[in-house]
Design a protein around this ligand. Structure first.
Ligand SMILES: CC(C)(COP(=O)(O)OP(=O)(O)OC[C@H]1O[C@@H](n2cnc3c(N)ncnc32)[C@H](O)[C@@H]1OP(=O)(O)O)[C@@H](O)C(=O)NCCC(=O)NCCS
Length: 262
C-alpha cells in the first residue's frame, strides 16, 4: 500500500500531541516540509509552550508516525481571545487526501469547545493550492496584507521572494463557514475585483532565470490587494482553472464579524 491510498487515510488518527517525543516529530516534519535552515526552525520547546498556554499542537498519526501537524498559539485582540495558527504541514506522500482540511477542522472543533470564534493565519498569496484550501475548502476570508512579513526566509518554498502574506480570518461560526463545511454553496456576492496568479508561478519561483517573472506577479498583486482592501473589499472566493492558474475573487462581505484590526 502506498502512502496516498484511501485506505491510508482511514488509518490516520488526528489528535493532540502530548509527549515530548511527538513534539520532536513535529520539528522533524517541519524540517522536511519547509527545508528551513536550523536557525529558522520553531523548536520543540515552543510547541510545548503553545500546548500548555491555550494553543494547539494537533498531529495526524499513522500508527506512531507523525504524517501531519498544525500548531497554533493564543492571541488577544481588543479583549477577544483568538488563535493564530502558525503552521500546517502534511508529509509529502500524504497530500491531497484531505488531511490538511482534517487538521484544520480539528483545530476548529477544539477552538469552539474553548469558546473561541476566530482562528487566523497568514499565507503566501502566490501559493495557489493553499489559497484554494483556505478560501474554498475552509471558508476563510482575507482583507489584510502584510508586506515582507518575516523578512528573508531560508525555506526554498519562498523562492527568495519577499515574504508577503495575506491574513486569513476563519470565523468559525459565520454563515459562510457553516455553509461551506456543510457542503452547501457559499453565500453569493458581486465580484468587484479579481487578482490572478499564473500556474507557472511555482516553476518561476524555483528557477533563478525566471524569478523576476514571479517577483513581477507578486508586486502587481500586492498593489491590487492593497488598493482593494483600502476600499473595503474582501477575498470571498477563489477559482482554479485547468491550466493550474488561480484567481482571488473579491467583493463586499455581508456578515459583520470583526474585532478591530491589529
Ligand atoms: C498546504 C498543505 C498543508 C495541504 O495539505 P493537504 O493534506 O494536501 O490538503 P488537502 O488534501 O486537505 O487539500 C488540498 C486541496 O488542494 C487541491 N490542490 C492540490 N494541488 C493544487 C494546486 N496546485 N492548485 C490548486 N489546488 C490544488 C487538492 O486537490 C485539494 O482539494 P480537493 O480536496 O478539493 O481535491 C500541504 O500541501 C503542505 O504541507 N504544504 C507545505 C507547507 C505549507 O504550505 N503549509 C501551509 C502554509 S503554513
Amino acid at each position: 500500500m502506498t502512502a496516498s491510498t484511501p485506505t491510508a487515510l482511514a488509518e490516520i488518527d488526528i489528535r493532540h500531541c502530548d509527549s515530548l517525543q511527538e513534539l520532536e516529530q513535529c520539528v522533524q516534519l517541519q524540517k522536511e516540509v519547509w527545508g528551513f535552515d536550523d536557525i529558522d526552525l520553531v523548536p520543540s520547546r515552543v510547541f510545548l509552550v503553545a500546548s500548555k498556554i491555550g494553543g494547539q499542537v494537533i498531529g495526524a498519526f499513522r500508527g506512531y508516525e507523525l504524517v501531519g501537524y498544525s500548531l497554533s498559539i493564543p492571541g488577544n485582540r481588543n479583549g477577544h481571545v483568538y488563535l493564530h495558527s502558525h503552521m500546517l504541514a502534511v508529509k509529502p506522500g500524504y497530500r491531497n487526501l484531505g488531511l490538511g482540511q482534517k487538521l484544520k477542522l480539528a483545530q476548529r472543533d477544539d477552538a469552539i469547545e474553548k469558546g473561541i470564534e476566530l482562528i487566523e493565519w497568514t499565507f503566501d498569496p502566490l501559493e495557489i493550492k493553499n489559497a484554494y484550501l483556505n478560501i474554498v475548502k475552509l471558508g476563510a476570508i482575507a482583507r489584510r496584507y502584510n508586506i515582507n512579513q518575516y523578512g528573508s526566509f531560508s525555506s526554498p518554498l519562498q523562492g527568495g521572494l519577499p515574504t508577503d502574506r495575506l491574513v486569513a480570518e476563519w470565523w468559525l461560526r459565520s454563515k459562510r463557514v457553516e455553509s461551506i463545511l456543510a457542503g452547501r454553496a457559499a453565500p453569493d456576492f458581486r465580484i468587484e475585483e479579481k487578482v490572478q496568479v499564473p500556474g507557472e508561478i511555482y516553476a518561476w519561483k524555483q528557477s533563478p532565470g525566471d524569478r523576476t517573472k514571479a517577483a513581477d506577479v507578486q508586486q502587481r498583486n500586492r498593489d491590487k490587494f492593497l488598493q482593494a482592501f483600502s476600499q473595503g473589499l474582501v477575498i470571498l472566493n477563489y477559482q482554479r482553472d485547468e491550466r493550474g492558474s488561480g484567481a482571488f475573487l473579491l467583493g463586499h462581505w455581508d456578515e459583520t464579524w470583526s474585532y478591530a484590526k491589529h
